[in-house]
Ligand binder design. Structure first.
Ligand code: ADP
Ligand code: NI
Length: 215
């Protein structure tokens, strides 16, 4: 087991060597560590949680013409190449296929305890101090303004408008980041989310205060 995990770590590091910062090896490492922390409380299958966490962003659809099947297929091929049990591979593949926030707009997804744990860990990396840093990095990459009081957040994005928005980065807090705490699957994930959520609320209060020259 240790050996197959180490092989997976080596493969992911190599594959993501040139990835953008939001989905680089360090994102994977944070999700992996957080998933293991949650799993220690929730008691899922550690091998499945580990493979799914390590391989969940192996090919980002955003940089593959929107193709959402490349990642799961790549993960499957890799796990076959290191001779993992096909039952485990199938489970890991289903987790990766069903995990993304955008896919949660679609109905009838697969679920399992391991899927819930890895999904919580991935969503947690989008909130709190790291989540704020990632959002502004993404906004900068897209050349978005930080904030514009004249452009209010959109409350109910469709899958397409969510993907294609050009709104200020602060809007992303209301359109996604502040909604994530209520999407946690596990009790352990929820506890971590609450602390990170409060940190973001404090951050926004400080941000608006500074914007108005009041702090
Ligand atoms: P995930 O890896 O959780 O599926 P995404 O690919 O949707 O997340 O986004 C990667 C990171 O970029 C996340 O931290 C997310 O909050 C951030 N991000 C995505 N869309 C935007 C946006 N419109 N403005 C700012 N940050 C964004
Ligand atoms: Ni991710």
């Amino acid at each position: 087991m240790q050996n197959s995990i180490q092989q997976t770590i080596d493969y992911v590091k190599l594959t993501l060597a040139n990835a953008e910062v939001g989905h680089d090896w360090f994102h994977i490492e944070r999700v992996f560590k957080t998933a293991l922390t949650i799993n220690a409380k929730e008691k899922g299958d550690e091998l499945i949680v580990s493979f799914a966490a390590l391989l969940h962003d192996i090919a980002d659809p955003k940089f593959n013409n929107g193709d959402e099947e490349i990642g799961p297929n790549k993960a499957e091929k890799f796990l076959e190449s290191i001779h993992i049990d096909p039952i485990i591979i199938d489970h890991v593949k289903l987790i990766i296929q069903n995990m993304s926030f955008k896919n949660s707009f679609d109905t009838g997804g697969f679920s399992s305890k391991e899927m819930q744990i890895v999904q919580d860990a991935d969503r947690l990396d989008a909130i709190g101090a790291i989540g704020i840093a990632r959002a502004f990095t993404y906004g900068g990459f897209k050349n978005r303004v930080l904030y514009d009081p004249a452009i209010p957040p959109v409350e109910n994005h469709s899958k397409e408008s969510y993907k294609n928005t050009t709104a200020p980065t602060i809007n992303h807090f209301y359109e996604k980041l502040l909604l994530l705490k209520d999407t946690m699957n596990t009790e352990a994930g929820k506890a971590i989310a609450l602390e990170r959520h409060q940190f973001m609320l404090n951050y926004l209060e400080q941000f608006y205060g500074e914007w108005e020259g009041k702090r």
